[in-house]
Ligand binder design. Structure first.
Ligand SMILES: CC(C)(COP(=O)(O)OP(=O)(O)OC[C@H]1O[C@@H](n2cnc3c(N)ncnc32)[C@H](O)[C@@H]1OP(=O)(O)O)[C@@H](O)C(=O)NCCC(=O)NCCS
Length: 193
């Protein structure tokens, strides 16, 4: 498979990524309205009305074909319970580049679930979509997210100083990335030239 693609589900040893559903509203609202969860996100804690709106929008976003197409799948644990969301934004088709992101409910953090979910999504990016490069952008003060990037083998590509005025202050951005050949090298398999 390559682009265009329609997302269905990704299954790992402990977590599954699949499309958001209407019955995810309660945990999704709990997550997106939590000030601690939102501390380093681009948005402020969301109202229930806003979360209902984004749930309807994101549940329908399953096709990747053009720049700007994105996925926001749910992360579900071994019991099928919602524990967070992943994010994949197709930035360029010509350059085969996407941005990745992650959010977990506080109760699911510190157990390796985000790392497993991110590995599933990176495998999908490189093996299924045929992408060349995947990057993540974060607030460099977000230690848990920085640690996750490094755990995934992403390289620190840059630190942009006060490039955003966000939530009332000038904020830095850190960028981490991994190439298809770096991902393949980490699995001990040579990339196809
Ligand atoms: C960023 C975020 C997703 C990271 O979640 P996380 O649970 O720390 O990430 P991981 O899945 O990599 O888990 C790693 C932790 O689980 C622990 N762990 C426990 N069991 C594990 C297992 N079986 N496998 C791997 N790690 C395990 C690790 O030791 C590590 O703990 P530590 O942080 O105390 O060192 C989470 O902090 C979050 O949702 N933050 C709020 C939203 C946010 O800021 N998102 C990012 C925006 S850029």
């Amino acid at each position: 498979m390559s682009l265009p693609a329609v997302f269905t589900r990704l299954v790992g040893p402990r977590v599954t990524l699949d499309p958001l559903r209407p019955d995810d509203i309660e945990p999704l609202y709990a997550m997106q309205s939590d000030p601690e969860v939102c501390r380093y996100l681009l948005y402020e804690p969301r109202t229930r009305e806003k979360v209902e709106e984004v749930l309807a929008r994101d549940a329908a976003a399953l096709r990747l074909a053009e720049p700007g197409d994105y996925l926001q799948p749910a992360i579900r644990d071994e019991h099928g319970d919602f524990i967070g969301t992943m994010y994949l934004d197709l930035k360029s088709v010509d350059d085969r580049t996407a941005e990745i992101g992650w959010i977990l409910l506080p109760s699911a953090q510190g157990r390796g679930y985000a790392a497993e979910a991110a590995r599933l999504l990176l495998a999908y990016c490189f093996d299924d979509l045929g992408l060349h490069r995947v990057y993540a952008e974060l607030d460099p003060r977000n230690d848990a997210s920085v640690a996750l990037c490094l755990r995934l083998g992403m390289r620190h590509e840059g630190h942009f100083v006060e490039d955003m005025f966000l939530k009332g202050e000038w904020t830095d951005t850190g960028r981490y990335a991994i190439l298809e050949r770096e991902w393949a090298g980490r699995r001990g398999t040579a990339p196809v030239a």
